[in-house]
Design a protein around this ligand. Structure first.
Ligand SMILES: Nc1ncnc2c1ncn2[C@@H]1O[C@H](COP(=O)(O)OP(=O)(O)OP(=O)(O)O)[C@@H](O)[C@H]1O
Ligand SMILES: [Mg+2]
Length: 175
């Protein structure tokens, strides 16, 4: 989850230069699933009292086995899924629609074109997201800043690429 702390927030939620703290307390989520032995639905609890914090300047990794609920938790934290109970706050304040516009939750498989370089990808994203309201110079400036902030200067002209299937690598080594 990337939170852009360079953008001005609504007055009561102004972010400080020290960044933002995302906190989630006792997040629970239930979904309706078909009942097994009769018509109708029953509840399945997917998230059970999840609590945590993402602090400025820290990399947070959420790990767990298949189906543990990692993606659904991220959906809740990014406000894509609002059916949860519990609290998600940013610098101690509840999320607002404005705040949602300042965060991004990127699904790697869906959003990255493997044949683009890092810079080309960000150029493409800038065109799509910043739109005609900005000049090409403003888009370029923003892109350069994002590349620098994310420490991607060295690899900006490197193709994003993809993981090679293991069989392919072994065949090539043997050839
Ligand atoms: N709408 C739904 N109805 C019923 N069960 C659901 C629904 N959405 C998710 N689940 C279940 O919730 C659990 C958590 O799913 P989630 O996709 O968050 O897991 P994950 O940890 O991201 O798994 P993976 O490592 O495969 O990406 C899974 O068991 C999934 O089958
Ligand atoms: Mg997942």
């Amino acid at each position: 989850m990337l939170i852009d702390d360079t953008t001005t927030m609504p007055e009561q939620h102004t972010l400080t230069p020290t960044g933002v703290t995302l906190r989630w307390d006792n997040v629970q989520l239930e979904v309706d699933i078909p009942a097994t032995d009769e018509n109708g639905t029953m509840k399945k609890r997917i998230l059970k009292g999840i609590t945590g914090t993402a602090s400025p300047g820290e990399l947070l990794v959420i790990m767990g086995p298949l189906g543990a609920g990692k993606s659904i938790l991220l959906d809740c934290l990014a406000n894509h899924n609002t059916n949860y109970s519990g609290n998600v706050t940013i610098n101690g304040q509840s999320w607002t629609d404005e705040m949602s516009k300042l965060s991004a939750y990127v699904l790697q498989d869906d959003l990255f074109y493997t044949t683009l370089t890092v810079k080309e990808h960000l150029q493409f994203q800038a065109e799509l997201r910043m739109g005609k309201g900005c000049t090409s110079k403003e888009r370029e400036t923003r892109m350069v800043k994002v590349i620098a902030n994310l420490g991607l200067v060295k690899c900006q002209d490197t193709m994003i690429g993809m993981e090679m299937p293991e069989e392919f690598l072994v065949e090539n080594v043997n050839a």
